[in-house]
Design a protein around this ligand. Structure first.
Ligand code: 5AD
Ligand code: SF4
Length: 438
């Protein structure tokens, strides 16, 4: 290794899984003596952790790589593209973007260490799958938050929803052994973390590879760890969300009364074309069961508008479900065809303007729902886990309540990393505003 410490900058696109992978990559690079830089201008290695889920995510990546290529003309820089787009595009990335040096799929990011240590000058592409779980020692993860931690419990997805590229970028499902998950959660508790967020593309299908124990046992085991007070998990799938999971959630005090349950569409015809494996009625039954077991549970969802063949009537059925369920938050997207997926073989028949109109309508309907529901919370006092200063509101602290709503609040003292009681005094469509009472 050279005397001079190498400096890396990491840019993360996409989901929590990618954020978590980036924290692991930072930890691994830290082990080699490399130091994190705040800007690509100050780094000699830039790692771009990528998302392939929508066309727009890839477009953003390519424009970012264009900017890095400019920077590379001015200084000595190596560029590593890792994660989902790396897996999907492989060598093609080097052909399209000559400035890129290394391309590593989600199972190959550990190779960064030797590439950095050997100061590799050659271009390098590695996108092979492995069946085994890659364990990272918990001590090696450089986490962004000192309060709430991601804990990966499984990787990959076997569902092959018709629109989704994830099974082709993250591969088949593989599960992390329960004992190593518990090892990591104990380590978090020792470090003072209060919240663990269990991550995976399809967490409900978790099975301990050693004992065959299902997801509900994982929840029970994590809840026994003293010091961890709140447990969340994502992403769930309505098809795999068995009644026992709702019962386990209700029976475990530490599991937050919150669930992200992607609906995608409220039309049975569209759900069928999506190959989601449930009907609108089955989805609504799950919601009723959750609400009867856990009144006040915070529900959020994902919606895609404009799947091939989606009619105005189909779309209206989605809007109806939103009005009926009253989610606390939704993530909504215009459909875009992705390589290798079943839907990409259908004609992308809904015009872009129609997709845009539907997206805007769904977001308007949801915004009104959130404003109405937030208004009703004014005057109430709620428990909030303070995560730090607000990003957009530095004069306020920011946290989340058990239902996963964002709560910004005034406080005379720094409450970061503590549970506080907050009285709600105001609201916006996407967050609540309040004052700390205790
Ligand atoms: N087009 C638009 N949205 C998509 N998603 C996944 N694939 C696509 C696609 N091809 C959305 C789904 C998923 C979320 C992570 O991204 O709603 O739940
Ligand atoms: Fe994609 Fe469906 Fe798997 Fe989610 S469940 S990652 S949408 S294939």
């Amino acid at each position: 290794m050279s005397e001079k410490k190498s400096r890396y900058f990491i840019r993360t696109f996409g989901c929590q899984m990618n954020e978590s992978d980036s924290e692991r990559i930072s930890g691994m690079l830290g082990q080699t003596g490399a130091v994190k830089a705040e800007r690509p201008e100050d780094a000699d290695l830039v790692i771009v952790n990528t998302c392939a889920v929508r066309e727009k995510s890839e477009a953003k990546l390519f424009s970012y790589l264009g900017r890095l290529a400019q920077l590379k003309k001015e200084k000595n820089l190596r560029i590593a593209v890792v994660g989902c787009v790396a897996q999907l595009r492989g060598w093609e990335l080097l052909e399209k973007k000559a400035a890129v040096d290394f391309v590593l799929g989600p199972d190959n990011t550990a190779e960064l260490i030797s590439l950095v240590q050997e100061e590799a000058a050659e271009k390098h592409v590695s996108t092979s799958w492995t069946k085994e779980w890659h364990e990272t020692s918990p001590g090696l993860i450089q986490r962004d938050s000192p309060v709430s931690a991601y804990v990966t419990v499984m990787e990959g997805c076997d569902n092959f929803c018709a629109y989704c590229v994830v099974p082709y970028t993250r591969g088949r499902e593989k599960y992390r052994p329960l004992r190593s998950i518990l090892g990591e959660v104990h380590d978090l508790a020792r470090k003072g973390y209060l919240e663990a967020q269990l991550l995976g593309q399809n967490v409900n299908s978790y099975q301990d590879p050693d004992s065959g124990k299902p997801f509900t046992e994982l929840l029970r085991a994590v809840a026994t760890v003293e010091g961890i007070e709140w447990i969340r998990f994502l992403t769930s799938h309505p098809k795999n969300f068995r009644p026992e999971i709702a019962e386990a959630m209700a029976g475990i005090r530490k599991v937050c009364r919150q669930l992200h349950l992607p609906l995608q569409s409220g039309s049975n015809a569209v759900l069928k074309r999506m190959k989601r494996g449930y009907t609108r009625e089955e989805y609504l039954n799950i919601i009723s069961r959750l609400r009867s077991l856990m009144p006040g549970i915070g529900l959020s969802t994902d919606i895609i508008v404009g799947l091939p063949g989606e009619t105005d009537q189909d779309f209206e059925e989605t809007v109806e479900v939103l009005r009926q369920v009253r989610f606390i938050n939704i993530f909504s997207f215009r459909y875009s065809p992705r390589p290798m997926t079943a839907a990409s073989r259908l004609e992308d028949s809904v015009p872009k303007v129609t997709k845009q109109r539907r997206l805007e309508e769904i977001q308007r309907v949801q915004k009104d729902i959130q404003l109405e529901d937030h208004r009703r919370l004014v005057g109430q006092t709620m428990r909030v886990l303070c995560l730090g200063h607000g990003q957009k509101t530095p004069h306020l602290f920011s946290g989340r309540n058990a239902g996963n709503q964002v709560v910004n609040f005034r406080s005379d003292e720094d409450s970061t990393g503590r549970f506080v009681e907050v009285r709600i005094t105001g609201f916006g469509p996407f967050s609540l505003l309040g004052e700390k009472t205790i």
